[in-house]
Design a protein around this ligand. Structure first.
Ligand code: SF4
Length: 484
């Protein structure tokens, strides 16, 4: 039995935009790894970077626990971890140094380390896991003191001659129902609850019903699960949900899957299972327009208690969707949005600007799609070439010196894209402002028509809309103005 300290790597404090939003979620993948290692008889302590002020807290805990093995294990379900932000990389390097100070062996499992194992091995890590972590971690812990890591599947280690050995990736776990539930007992629920309730009036927690995604959007990095896709049974998910409700009483759940509901009829069986156990809880999830359009999907989602579906809409230009290998049409995105809204389910659109070949006309089509479909929320990003993607290979020759964002609000163009970073930052502000102005005006119109009761948020929206009205029409004259 080994004494392990397992810590996540994403520090909300180091991501100013997300810290301002203040929607912390416990690091789910880290908790899965903790449960997996405990089930193998190891002693496990847990460090939650999401709530930590800095990596100094990790250093203090390392001093206190003096683990034999320190494991830096990111929440690979959280899409923020895929951004490979340099603020988090720097923190991880400092965490490795702190662990080495007490002579701990160090294992790293995170997206950035899959792309750049040398950075983490040079910082002192003994092994980097290349892909899904649990099974590899168990073997590493068994073999680390004998130094026999080079035969373990799915790792990168530095040999005695200084060269890096990467072993073949191991196939991800298929039967997710056999995994122990995440080690929820290690989470400081009181602290999460207090933060959520004070800022948002509800308490949200996170779960995952699947791992991976089999689609092939060519900019989407999949360092952990590759093209694989595995799904839990609805009964297994609802059983975990029930234990989570008993332990922490959340009001809301974020299902962090890349793609929820891919398996036909999954949402229907999930809704049945929730009804059978009399569980009512609102949730948000990410999915695709084509899955939402399958027969009965929207009704099943509504029956299960879905609050909002975030769709990877990306662009209102079919040319750009096709270039991304998105496998969707603009019409499908519009129709899925319409159907969800008609069923009382809110819709979020992830929008991406700056894909290669995108011109002003394509941007205008995206803005038109947002105005036409009127999603309830939007999230805007710019194309981000990440190693291992076809998009990265396509724009490799145009990469700038800077290869990663420092934090999630960075929005720097990392390749010589259609327009400058300044243009996309202004566009980001403009589209958000236009969206919020229109959403505010629509909300106020509903009040005037007697469909909603006047609340403070309506007045706030109206004031915001009036402030924006002075700016937006000017910008509407031409997107080209944003280029200056
Ligand atoms: S559907 Fe989503 S998760 Fe899957 S490849 Fe496309 S962008 Fe990535």
């Amino acid at each position: 039995m080994a004494r392990l300290l397992i810590g996540s790597v994403y520090y909300l404090r180091l991501d100013p935009k997300r810290f301002e939003e203040l929607q912390p979620f416990p690091p789910l993948a880290t908790l899965y790894a903790a449960a997996y290692m405990r089930a193998r008889g190891h002693e496990v302590r847990f460090f939650d970077a999401m709530l930590a002020g800095s990596h100094g807290e990790w250093a203090s805990l390392v001093e206190h626990v003096r683990p034999e093995i320190a494991v830096l294990y990111d929440d690979n379900f959280n899409y923020l971890s895929k951004m490979c932000l340099t603020n988090m990389r720097d923190a991880a390097v400092a965490m490795i140094a702190a662990a080495k100070k007490v002579q701990a062996k160090v294992v790293v499992c995170c997206s950035d380390a899959v792309d750049h194992p040398e950075l983490y091995l040079d910082a002192g890590a003994d092994a980097v896991i290349l892909g899904e972590g649990e099974a590899a971690l168990a073997e590493i812990v068994d073999g680390i003191h004998d130094g026999e890591l080079e035969t373990i599947q799915g790792v990168a280690v530095r040999g005695r001659d200084g060269s890096i050995t990467r072993t073949d990736r191991r196939p991800p776990l298929r039967d997710l129902d056999t995994l122990p539930f995440p080690a929820w007992d290690l989470v400081d629920f009181d602290r999460y609850r207090r933060i959520w309730r004070e800022r948002h009036g509800i308490f949200a927690l996170n779960m995952a019903t699947t791992r991976g995604c089999p689609y092939s959007c060519n900019w989407c990095a999949k360092p952990i699960w590759g093209q694989s896709y595995a799904v839990r049974s609805p009964a297994n998910v609802v059983a975990e949900l029930e234990t989570l409700i008993d332990a922490a009483a959340p009001d809301y759940v974020w299902f962090m899957d890349d793609i929820m509901g891919l398996k036909p009829k999954w949402w229907g069986t999930f809704a049945d299972e929730l009804e059978r156990r009399a569980i009512n809880i609102r949730f948000k999830c990410l999915s695709r327009a084509d899955l939402v359009l399958r027969e009965g999907a929207v009704a099943d989602l509504a029956r299960a208690g879905c609050d909002i579906v975030w769709l990877g809409a990306e662009s209102g230009s079919q040319k750009i969707l096709d270039a991304m290998d998105k496998g969707l049409t603009v019409g499908q995105i519009e129709e899925a949005t319409r159907r969800l809204k008609s069923a009382g389910i809110r819709v979020g659109h992830f929008i991406q600007f700056g894909y290669s070949g995108e011109g002003v006309a394509d941007i205008a089509r995206t803005i038109a799609m947002i105005r036409k479909t009127q999603p309830d929320e939007i999230g805007i990003s710019v194309s981000y070439p990440l190693p291992g993607t076809a998009f990265y290979d396509r724009v490799k020759a145009e990469l700038q010196e800077k290869r990663n964002w420092s934090d999630s609000s960075d929005l720097a163009m990392l390749y010589r894209g259609p327009f400058s970073t300044g243009f996309y930052r202004r566009l980001h502000t403009y589209v958000h402002r236009d969206f919020r102005m229109r959403r505010g005006l629509r909300a106020f119109a509903r009040v005037l028509k007697g469909r909603e009761t006047l609340r403070f948020r309506h007045v706030r929206s109206l004031v915001y809309a009036m402030l924006c009205l002075g700016i937006a029409p000017f910008s509407l004259l031409s997107l080209r103005l944003l280029r200056s």
